[in-house]
Design a protein around this ligand. Structure first.
Ligand SMILES: [Zn+2]
Ligand SMILES: [Zn+2]
Length: 296
């Protein structure tokens, strides 16, 4: 089992592995750059070497980068598309330099052009970027399901498939399921029957071999509300049982799982401990954690 969280890279990306190690992470998710700005400096050789060394020292398993929230490969605005294309390409290069093997991205939003047009544009951009970098196939691009707010694409497994089936090198891609997004998009993971139906649907539509990671988040948004609001594990509308299932179900328990809850580092340490305990069959009470009010 690999449990971790989205840890801060403040002060330099090379600091992230220790932050993960300190709170008991087996795996970490990071921003490799300031994700609120378009501009980002390339990774230096020194930074990359320090990151790799610290990762090794701290015993961190999987590392996933979360691409900037500014990126929208589905946009109809040519300037924003050019910036998104460039920013995602640079992100691929940074991951390759750092030895980060998973690059998670929200597929994008069509902003009124329609689902078909958005999906085609996203797939086209991903194809161009992959084609330009055949030597960066060590970085697996991971499409994250979304809550379905506004015109965002990827809220259903069918929409993710529509993108994946247009890719020239689908083997370079995987899927990450965010539990809060799935629940808000209408996947009833809060019940046992809904949990089973969700993974059966995933397997039928995408194939479970495409599933490479989970984001573990409870949801402040109600079921099927199409809103993206993360809650502490077990304290939101989903409740604790889905997270017990995530760490016990053979379909998901071997995947790297990353917390993006508003718990903050001390709270993530407790959430990880609780997940480990329930994975081992213990009937552990949910930790009492203050909601820091921010998503990572
Ligand atoms: Zn995300
Ligand atoms: Zn997520």
């Amino acid at each position: 089992m690999q449990l971790g969280a989205h840890v801060s890279a403040a002060g330099g990306i090379q600091n992230a592995p220790q932050r993960g190690g300190e709170i008991g992470c087996d795996c970490i998710q990071i921003f490799t750059r300031n994700q609120r700005q378009w501009r980002a400096k390339p990774v230096t050789d020194e930074e990359a070497a320090a990151f790799r060394e610290n990762r090794r020292c701290c015993g961190i398993g999987s590392v996933m980068s979360h691409a900037s929230y500014l990126i929208n490969l589905g946009t109809t605005d040519p300037d924003k598309f050019a910036k998104s294309h460039d920013a995602f390409e640079q992100e691929l290069l940074r991951c390759h330099a750092l030895g980060v093997e998973l690059l998670n991205v929200h597929p994008g939003a069509h902003v009124g052009a329609g689902e078909e047009a958005g999906i085609c544009q996203i797939a086209h951009a991903l194809n161009q970027i992959c084609r330009a970098h055949p030597d960066k196939a060590d970085v697996r691009v991971v499409l994250e399901n979304v809550a379905g707010q506004g015109t965002t694409l990827g809220k259903s497994f069918e929409e993710l498939r529509a993108i994946l089936e247009r890719l020239e090198a689908p083997e370079r891609f995987g899927v990450c399921v965010d539990t809060a997004h799935a629940f808000a998009a209408g996947y009833a993971i809060h019940t046992q029957a809904g949990w089973d139906a969700t993974w059966e649907a995933f397997d039928q539509v995408l194939g479970l071999d495409r599933l490479v990671a989970l984001h573990l988040n409870d949801s402040k948004a109600p079921f099927d509300a199409r809103k993206d609001r993360h809650a502490l594990i077990g304290r939101g509308e989903i409740g604790p049982d889905a997270f017990r299932r995530a760490v016990c179900d053979p379909r998901t328990r071997e995947l790297p799982m990353f917390l993006e809850t508003p718990a903050g580092p001390a709270g993530w340490a407790q959430e990880i401990q609780w997940l480990r305990a329930v994975a081992g069959g213990a009937d552990a009470p949910l930790p009492v954690i203050e909601d820091a009010g921010i998503d990572p």
